[in-house]
Design a protein around this ligand. Structure first.
Ligand code: G1P
Length: 210
């Protein structure tokens, strides 16, 4: 079988998850192509607008933190949104931007049981130890294999870092978030940005003159 290290940079390999068995299972499907080196996971429904791409911020922070273990992007989420995210427990006050040491994490807790309001956002760097952790999650018949549980179980083996990023994040898995992302990214675009700004400033949709 092919492994990433045997291919030129930028080569694409597609792997399909044949059953909807959860995010952890989906990542496990890529085990044979990743090989034995740290790798990135990006969930495309989390779109982030930033001067420096968040994955680039994380690759630099990961190297600076020793180049070992796992790193998860995180941001503070609203209390009403806590139950939609993996939530981190960290051992220090979270910096506004930068690395935190994760002592535990829990998937989609009730606000009353949440260890913090630091929600995991879909950018990760993993050491291949995560594949063993995912493989040992199996068990619940018909259930999902949660990435969050696999990461949590691996804390005893490797350091797990949270990374508070600099950037505006959009949840493109919701209709409103998808439209908001289009507006925000569109405003930044040299060609279409002025037209979008003009429409927003006028308070009227469409292009007709008043
Ligand atoms: C997944 C993860 C969750 C994470 C979220 C980020 O959840 O399970 O830990 O916080 O992505 O978007 P999903 O949004 O797929 O339910």
């Amino acid at each position: 079988s092919l492994s990433a290290s045997e291919l030129p940079d930028g080569a694409l390999i597609t792997v399909f998850q044949q059953e909807p068995m959860g995010l952890g299972h989906a990542i496990g499907c890529a085990r044979s192509v990743v090989g034995d080196e740290p790798f990135a996971v990006m969930l495309p429904d989390d779109l982030i607008l930033s001067d420096i791409p968040v994955m680039k911020q994380m690759v630099d922070a990961y190297a600076a933190a020793g180049g070992r273990g796992h790193m998860l992007a995180a941001q503070t989420v609203l209390p009403s949104e806590v139950h939609k995210y993996g939530i981190l427990e960290v051992d220090t006050d979270a910096p506004s931007v930068g690395v935190m040491s994760v002592t535990s994490l829990v998937e989609k807790p009730d606000l009353s049981h949440a260890p913090s309001r630091l929600g995991v956002v879909g950018r990760y760097i993993f050491e291949p130890t995560i594949f063993e952790a995912i493989a040992s999650q199996g068990g619940t018949v018909g259930g999902e294999i949660q990435l969050t549980d696999a990461i949590c179980s691996d804390i005893v083996n490797v350091p797990v870092h949270g990374y508070r990023f600099d950037g505006a994040r959009f949840d493109c898995g919701s209709a409103a978030g998808f439209v908001q992302a289009n507006i925000a990214f569109g405003r930044q675009h040299h060609e279409v940005g002025p037209a979008i700004d003009q429409m927003l400033a006028s308070g009227r949709p469409g292009i007709a003159a008043a």
